[in-house]
Design a protein around this ligand. Structure first.
Ligand SMILES: [Zn+2]
Length: 251
């Protein structure tokens, strides 16, 4: 359904390179057990219906063969919530500020490549309760629904420890305007996790972290109504629900 990452396995003869495309999304494939697997991110607002994934195989010698496989997408069942902000926090909703920060992050995340670093399910970054799920449609100060929640929020007190969900390399650890003190981890295979609103950063860009390593501490920096961890997962640059990644392995 919309907002999920889906896994596709393809059997190809040895020596054939495979890549895929869904709209403007580039899909990488990786070998495992004699097959190749790729992750397809379905946008949370993707129109329900059948979408076609284009597969491009390059055979030794350079000739390309293209085929399409159907993917049936349903809308998903997401709630709507209203968030009330004071005027100082509301100023962070300035579209120019949000756009500038997003553009910089999109460039950074578009550069991630390489083989998968993780194995099996991801770990929860915190053991505290979840206070807001992925995909919840959001209204700001009673206005129309203009966006959705791009991650999962964990409850916590300022100073509580935040841990890496899986092995990855730190690609950003710094103060951002909207996201506050933020860490992004590159897990390889186009998968990136983000941890926002921290009071303290305990990692540096370039550092390789293992599952459970300390990344920082809970805070209330950036666009927030109180201390919490916002944790998000991107696949091929698109937000997906991190929830299923905690209970099953991809692949
Ligand atoms: Zn959040």
């Amino acid at each position: 359904m919309g907002g999920q990452a889906v896994l596709r396995w393809v059997a190809v003869a040895p020596g054939i390179a495979l890549r895929g495309r869904l709209g403007d999304q580039a899909i990488g494939f990786h070998p495992r057990c004699g097959l190749q697997w790729g992750l397809v991110a379905l946008d949370a607002l993707l129109a329900p219906g059948v979408h076609m994934i284009e597969l491009i195989a390059t055979i030794p010698g350079g000739q390309k063969v293209t085929t399409s496989v159907p993917l049936d997408v349903n809308a998903g069942d997401y709630e709507t919530e209203t968030i009330w902000l004071d005027s100082a926090t509301q100023s962070l909703l300035d579209p120019a500020l949000i756009r500038a920060e997003n553009q910089r992050l999109n460039v950074l995340i578009a550069e991630v490549a390489g083989p998968p670093l993780w194995r099996g399910p991801f770990q929860r970054p915190m053991a505290t309760p979840i206070t807001s799920l992925f995909g919840t449609r959001r209204s700001w100060n009673g206005g129309p629904v203009t966006s959705y929640h791009e991650g999962i929020d964990f409850d916590g007190q300022i100073g509580d420890e935040i841990h890496a969900a899986a092995e990855g390399r730190v690609i950003l650890a710094e103060r951002l305007t909207v996201r506050g003190n933020a860490v992004f981890l590159d897990h390889g295979a186009g998968v990136v996790s983000g941890y926002f609103h921290m009071s303290e950063l305990d990692v540096k860009p370039g550092q390789l972290v293992q599952p459970g390593d300390l990344l920082g501490k809970i805070g209330a920096t950036g666009l927030v109504t109180g201390p919490h961890l916002h944790w998000e997962l991107r696949v091929n640059g698109r937000w997906v629900d991190p929830g299923p990644w905690l209970t099953r392995g991809y692949p």
